[in-house]
Structures are given as structure tokens and as C-alpha cells.
Design a protein around this ligand. Structure first.
Ligand SMILES: C[S@@+](CC[C@H](N)C(=O)[O-])C[C@H]1O[C@@H](n2cnc3c(N)ncnc32)[C@H](O)[C@@H]1O
Length: 393
């Protein structure tokens, strides 16, 4: 292949992937920027005083990101996974572009937030840190093993109190926030009176679940399977209510008032903008890339899935609430095209300006009000972000 002749310019990528990039109008040179793209960490709120100690541990200076609160950049070769700060839950490994997607939600105290493609949970943890001692976050993912990793992360960072996790297909998920029982007082009263109420979570449950999951042999659930609650915190709104109350379905007009305040649809995609992810295929084998990225892109199923996730996330949003649609693909087909189709089908959806983006090192997408991060523009991983508001009918 001609593209591979100039080794100095061309990244070590297989022909099929280069053809995929070309077909989607994407510049392969972003994959060479990887060596100079910094790594990012987010400091857990409350550990600001530990900064110097963390620097000594990872043996480098942490550069504060002026445009994203709580984030620091490190040289790309620095590994954080073995550091004590990481193991003790003082820092998170999360790309700055992912942090921007969460910030675009404008989370306010008391918000009830839905994260429809939540695993492994870096954004979910950030939402919980932003909420602090109010509101709730509901995480949903179709992959049980990935959501179990998310539960482990909640436990590690001690963030589980206001969170509940459901293994479910996000295109059919229907559980609304349990607004009425997410305050301490209301949760603590009357728990002893009825036997069918959810009691406080115990760690014995995950073992039972594992057994059940092993028996069923399924890793992904289908849209016809009921949601499976694999974790809930004490103030997540689950303790003190019945199964019937938890799974009660609401009409669209009821959701207009009682739906989620904020929704994140960080949709399944080909991950082609996540340069670090693409580089992993060097070790996993380029054949796996063919199967997971290129074949997936060629089918219409992925675009339909993205549109269905976005539509269902929007359906569960209350009027006046906002939704972020993001993918770590840089193709127009998985981003602007999905947004365009969604707007055609949803007259109560308004594409909304992300005010903070004016100060972010990203560039506009092909549609006004949409944004794109990539290694060359923003020195981050690739990410597309669009924000919608739900209008009253
Ligand atoms: C880009 S990842 C999400 C990353 C996550 N938001 C984070 O910050 O760690 C996409 C996720 O979508 C999940 N997924 C794929 N199809 C889904 C579906 N139909 N419903 C819910 N989740 C789905 C995948 O299992 C995967 O975990």
C-alpha cells in the first residue's frame, strides 16, 4: 500500500483500517499524535491537599487543566495504575474529553441523572462526585461483566450511596427516578413495616447474582429481558420502596414531570476516535479490529442502535431537562447523521448550545452546536458531543 510506504508519516495501522478512515474522511495522522498526547487524571474532590504527595509517587509534575476543573495532565508514558493514589481511590484515570462530556450536562445539586451506557463507569463516578450529597445517578449497561466492574469502581471510590445499577438494554429501559425516597429522612422511616420493601444493599447479593448469571450463561441481555438491579445505594431511592414501585412504568405525559433531569447517552460505537483503544489492537491482533470496528461500522445495526439509545434516553427525560449524546467515534455517520435523524423524528428535541465549550480546546462539528475533540486539536482522545433540551409539547 502506498500509504504505508512513508513510515515516518504513516501510523502502523492495517490497510483495512486506513481504508475505513479514508471512506469516512478521517485523517490517519491523528493516530501518530498518540506519542505526544498527554494522559489525564481527575483528582477525587477532597484530596486536593494530597497533590504534592501524588506527584512524588508518580514521579512527575501534574499540570492543572485550566479549562476543566479537577483534571490534570501527565506525560503520556506515565503509568498510574500501580500508584498508591490510584489504588487508594484518590485519582481516576479519565480522558479530559470524557470529563468535558460530563461537564456539558451542567449537573446541579439534587439532579436525578440517567447514564444509559454506563460501564465501565468513569463518567458515572464523575457525575456522583459532582452531585455530592444530593440527587441520584442511575447507571444502565447491557453488558453484565462491564457493569459489575462499574460496581467495583463505586465501591473503591466510596460513591455508591446515591447510585443504582441496572443490567438492561438501554433501548428499552423504562425505570424512572425514585424521587420520593432519595432523602435520608424518608428512607429511614417505616422500613420495618412491610416485608416486600427493598432493604439496605448487602454484599451477599453479588455472589447470588454471579451464580444466576453463570447459570444463564448470558453476557449481554436482550431488549425483552426485564432490567436486573445489580446494585443500589442507601440513598439511591430504592431502599424503602417495593418492586412494584421501582418498576412502575409511567406514560409519556407523566415522564414529562417525573423523568430524569439529565441523561447521558455515551453510545456504543466503533471507538475509532479513542486512539489509545485502537493502539491496543496491535497487541490484541488486527483481525479483532476488523471484527469489532470495521465490520461493525459497515452494518446499519450500529447506527440504528445509536439512534434507539438516543431516542429512549430522550423519552426518559423530563421537560426542561438536558441530554448529552456522545461517542468516541469520529465518523459523521455515528454522530451528526444520528443527530440529524433524531431531530427529524423528535419534534420536542432542541439541539442546544454548550456554553462551556467556548473555552474548551475542541472544534465545531459539521452541525452547529456540536463539538469534536481529537488528539491534534485538543490533545485528548477523540470524542463527539451534542446537547439536547426537551421542550414542552
Ligand atoms: C462507550 S462505552 C461507555 C463508556 C462509559 N460511559 C464510561 O464512561 O465508562 C459504551 C457502552 O455501551 C454499552 N452498550 C452497548 N449496547 C447497549 C445497549 N443496547 N444498552 C445499554 N448499553 C449498551 C456497552 O456495553 C458499553 O459498555
Amino acid at each position: 500500500m502506498e500509504e504505508l510506504e512513508d513510515a515516518a508519516k504513516a501510523p502502523p495501522l492495517p490497510d483495512a483500517f486506513l481504508r475505513f478512515l479514508e471512506a469516512n474522511g478521517l485523517d490517519p495522522s491523528i493516530y501518530t499524535a498518540i506519542d505526544s498526547t498527554p494522559r489525564y487524571i481527575r483528582l477525587k474532590p477532597g484530596f486536593e491537599a494530597c497533590l504534592e504527595g501524588i506527584e512524588a509517587e508518580v514521579n512527575c509534575k501534574l499540570e492543572k487543566l485550566e479549562w476543566l476543573s479537577g483534571f490534570y495532565s501527565l506525560p503520556p508514558h506515565i503509568q498510574i495504575a500501580r500508584s498508591r493514589a490510584y489504588r487508594e481511590g484518590k485519582i481516576y484515570g479519565i480522558d479530559a474529553a470524557s470529563g468535558a462530556a460530563v461537564m456539558a450536562l451542567d449537573i446541579s445539586p439534587g439532579d436525578h441523572v440517567l447514564d444509559l451506557c454506563a460501564a465501565p463507569g468513569a463518567k458515572l463516578c464523575m457525575m456522583l462526585d459532582l452531585l455530592g450529597d444530593s440527587g441520584s445517578v442511575t447507571g444502565v449497561d447491557v453488558a453484565r461483566h462491564r457493569l459489575a466492574a462499574c460496581r467495583t469502581m463505586l465501591q473503591k471510590y466510596m460513591l455508591g450511596d446515591r447510585c443504582r445499577l441496572f443490567v438492561a438494554d438501554g433501548t428499552a429501559f423504562s425505570v424512572v427516578p425514585s424521587r420520593f425516597c432519595s432523602d435520608r429522612e424518608s428512607c429511614e422511616s417505616g422500613l420495618e413495616e412491610r416485608g416486600d420493601l427493598f432493604k439496605e444493599w448487602t454484599s451477599r447479593r453479588p455472589w447470588k447474582e454471579r451464580k444466576r448469571a453463570n447459570k444463564s450463561g448470558t453476557v449481554l441481555v436482550s431488549r425483552f429481558q426485564p432490567p436486573e438491579l445489580i446494585y443500589y445505594g442507601q440513598y439511591s431511592g430504592v431502599v424503602g420502596i417495593t418492586k412494584g414501585e421501582l418498576y412502575k412504568t409511567l406514560s409519556d405525559s407523566e415522564i414529562a414531570n417525573h423523568g430524569y433531569d439529565k441523561v447521558l447517552v455515551d453510545a456504543e460505537c466503533t471507538h475509532d476516535g479513542s486512539v489509545k483503544h485502537i493502539q491496543k489492537f496491535e497487541h490484541w491482533g488486527w483481525r479483532t479490529l476488523q471484527h469489532r470496528v470495521l465490520d461493525a461500522e459497515r452494518t446499519d445495526d450500529l447506527h440504528t442502535l445509536q439512534l434507539n439509545l438516543l431516542s429512549n434516553g430522550f423519552r426518559l427525560l423530563k421537560v426542561g431537562g438536558s441530554l448529552i449524546y456522545s461517542t468516541c467515534s469520529l465518523t459523521v455517520a455515528q454522530n451528526e447523521d444520528v443527530v440529524e435523524q433524531f431531530l427529524k423524528e423528535n419534534r420536542t428535541a432542541e439541539l442546544t448550545e454548550i456554553d462551556a465549550a467556548r473555552n474548551w480546546p475542541c472544534k465545531g462539528g459539521r452541525m452547529p452546536k456540536t463539538w469534536r475533540f481529537d488528539p491534534s486539536t485538543s490533545q485528548t482522545s477523540g470524542l463527539f458531543i451534542a446537547k439536547f433540551t426537551k421542550l414542552g409539547i
